[in-house]
Design a protein around this ligand. Structure first.
Ligand SMILES: Cc1ncc(COP(=O)(O)O)c(C=O)c1O
Length: 484
């Protein structure tokens, strides 16, 4: 990475703004491939190991020949063959601006989390939900208290003593399971609170371009043919609306609707924020017909967009009845959760829903710790300043590469909030190409939707790391321009 650090080192040596402002054009220090996918030789040890793994592993993802072994902060390390690596080293560093798809908000291999995990593993990992444990209740309590403080679920920000709104938490193991629970809760709530015949008020609504997960219920709310088609028929009574279109809501949502699920910022779909007008109208229409409004904040929640809940910044008139979360909650340990208003919780009886692993003491204790760290004022202010710097650099990038980057009122680039940001390419196939070009130069970013490069670093990211990442991207754009 010696040559490759030139632009970033420049930024480090001078006050950031001056260093950046003084740069005439895009950084060209990363034009050469330093991190080739795979190895120079198919006979290499890494290639052989991965070929052996492939023989017994179901391929559900298309993966490069890269074998990750460890991480630290935003750095990820892959095992390589020292004999073919130009540096002669047996490992290679990547800068991770994906945080494991918006998961590792506190970075990789966090020392405190490792300590807590080790300690709890030596005490109690699992004891089933037939008994109480010391940590699932603490986690639920912290989540509710933080929501009182930061705002959400109908409570304005900064009212920690507000006891008028009671909230309850259900703990699961993944995002799709959190959504699965939410959909079941919506149907049960409709059954308990309406005079409809059983099953009559069971309609569920989601929106085009949404991603809610891969289990049968959540998949039914994810209206992308590529995900749904192989598994039809899906669950009945599901409608799909147009995201951000207020005019359709009266017909889309009616008195047979049990629940509406929406991402306040669509993540997998390409980083599209919902308008306040749309979310306000959704809330109003759900109230008119007695349907639950459910926000899927699995990707955009838990401070990724800068606030505890993405909806914390909205007026309470746009808040949901429940919110689902997962990815960063335990910084990579599998977990999912539903935070709901009391009226929803009251509709769910003992035995209606359950889980073997959800709420186990190991994951709950880690999530309790993670929530405490994510909500610290230092981290929140780091998200704000790093996000501002990231958007500033990406806006300059867009100006440098207006021939390659799409930018109009429907698809502004860059877009998003906090540290969930997208840049759309004029030629859709260039998004995947950019992900590969960046990886081959030691930077991991994601694609999203049909044409978007998605940037979602850990929330501990520094301005210097932002500079390094955008310097690499600038070089990648130069390479791409040269190839087109
Ligand atoms: C908004 C959203 N909902 C649900 C899911 C599904 O979560 P999981 O993969 O943990 O099941 C995802 C995953 O990307 C997501 O981004």
């Amino acid at each position: 990475m010696l040559v490759a650090r030139r632009c970033s080192a420049l930024a480090r040596g001078l006050p950031l703004r001056r260093a950046f402002a003084s740069k005439a054009g895009p950084c060209d220090a990363y034009l050469a491939v330093t991190h080739p996918d795979g190895s120079a030789s198919s006979a290499s040890q890494v290639s052989q190991t991965l070929s052996r793994f492939d023989e017994s592993t179901l391929a559900t993802y298309s993966r490069p020949t890269v074998l990750l072994t460890r991480g630290k902060g935003l750095d990820l390390y892959a095992k390589v063959d020292a004999s073919t690596e130009p540096s002669g080293s047996s490992e290679r560093r990547y800068l991770d601006f994906s945080s494991g798809i918006a998961v590792n908000s506190l970075g990789h291999a966090d020392g405190e989390i490792a300590k807590i995990a080790g300690e709890q593993a030596g005490l109690l990992v699992h004891s089933s939900n037939l008994y109480h444990n010391e940590w699932s209740g603490e986690l639920a309590d912290r989540m509710v208290q933080l929501t009182r403080q930061h705002g959400g679920l109908g409570m304005p920000k900064g009212d920690p003593d507000n006891k008028a709104h009671q909230l309850k938490v259900f703990l699961a193991n993944s995002g799709t399971e959190a959504n699965e629970a939410a959909l079941k809760f919506a149907r049960k709530y409709a059954m308990v609170t309406s005079n409809a015949q059983p099953g009559e008020k069971s309609g569920l609504v989601s929106f085009q371009n949404a991603f809610h997960g891969r289990t049968m219920g959540a998949l039914s709310m994810t209206p992308a043919p590529k995900y749904q088609a192989p598994f039809a028929p899906l669950i009945p009574n599901v409608r799909t609306g147009v995201y951000n279109d207020v005019s359709q809501l009266d017909t889309l949502i009616d008195d047979k609707t049990a629940g509406v699920i929406v991402e306040p910022i669509q993540g997998e779909g390409g980083i599209f924020p919902a308008t306040h007008e749309f979310l306000l109208a959704l809330r109003k229409r759900c109230d008119e017909v007695g349907a639950l409004l459910m926000y899927d904040e699995i990707q955009c929640g838990l401070f990724r967009s800068g606030t505890l809940w993405c909806h914390s910044e909205l007026p309470v008139e746009a808040h949901p009845d429940l919110v689902t979360m997962a990815k960063p909650l335990a910084n990579g340990f599998p977990i999912g959760a539903v935070l709901m208003k009391k009226k929803v919780a009251d509709a769910i009886a003992v035995g209606d829903h359950g889980t073997t692993f959800g709420g186990g003491p190991l994951t709950s204790r880690i999530a309790h710790h993670v929530l405490g760290r994510l909500s610290s004022p230092e981290l929140v202010s780091n998200i704000e300043s790093s996000s501002e710097h990231l958007l500033e650099r990406l806006t300059a990038l867009r100006h440098h590469f207006s021939d390659l980057i799409a930018h109009d009122e429907h698809k502004p680039s860059p877009r998003g909030r906090g540290l969930l940001v997208g840049v759309s390419m004029k030629e859709p196939s260039h998004a995947g190409k950019m992900v590969k070009l960046a990886r081959e130069r030691g930077l991991i970013v994601l694609s999203a939707g049909s044409d978007t490069v998605r940037i979602a670093p850990s929330l501990i990211v520094t301005k210097e790391q932002v500079d390094e990442a955008i310097d690499v991207l600038e070089s990648c754009f130069l390479v791409l321009r040269g190839e087109t």
